[in-house]
Design a protein around this ligand. Structure first.
Ligand SMILES: [Zn+2]
Length: 166
């Protein structure tokens, strides 16, 4: 399920290498393809743009100990940590409860440099997977690579997929 490039041919900054479905949680191996994309601070104004595209991010809380609030946290953090929050927010917009949590961790010595694990709790596996993939496109666009997806359309489609199963 890895994509080596975006639809316009530019190198993808973030690639999902593997997703393991655990009980109630996805474990996504996410590779940041170039060290220059490791941190969101590579792109000035990225957090403001993220909050413009996904205003609900302002309601997120982090266990990372930052006393500065989510905007400051997202302005200077690991790009996969941003992906964690973006994917959770997309899932919320597709009808998942806001109480679902995520975690981002990494062990470069074990997994290789640039490989992060983004763990996402889910209530609906398909919605979470869709939110993860949509999140990669949103984060890529925030990094200046590829088109920003139509978030309203994406999340409506994800929500419909959930509703269709009921
Ligand atoms: Zn966080």
């Amino acid at each position: 399920m890895a994509a080596a490039s975006t639809s316009d041919g530019a190198a993808a900054p973030v690639v999902i290498e593997r997703v393991t479905v655990l009980d109630g949680e996805l474990d996504a191996s996410v590779r940041v393809t170039d060290p220059r994309w490791f941190r969101t601070s590579a792109v000035p104004g990225l957090a403001e743009e993220a909050l413009r595209v996904l205003p609900g991010l302002v309601r997120h809380r982090c266990d990372c100990g930052s006393a500065h609030g989510i905007a400051a946290e997202l302005a200077d953090t690991e790009v996969p940590h941003l992906l964690e929050h973006v994917a959770l927010e997309l899932a919320v917009l597709a009808g998942s409860p806001r109480t679902l949590a995520g975690r981002t961790r990494w062990d470069f010595a074990r997994d290789g440099s640039g490989v992060f694990h983004v763990l996402l709790e889910y209530d609906d596996e398909a919605v979470a997977l869709g939110a993860l993939h949509g999140g990669v496109r949103v984060v890529s666009a925030l990094l200046g690579v590829g088109e920003m997806p139509d978030v309203a359309e994406e999340t409506r489609r994800l929500g419909d997929a959930r509703a269709a199963k009921r």
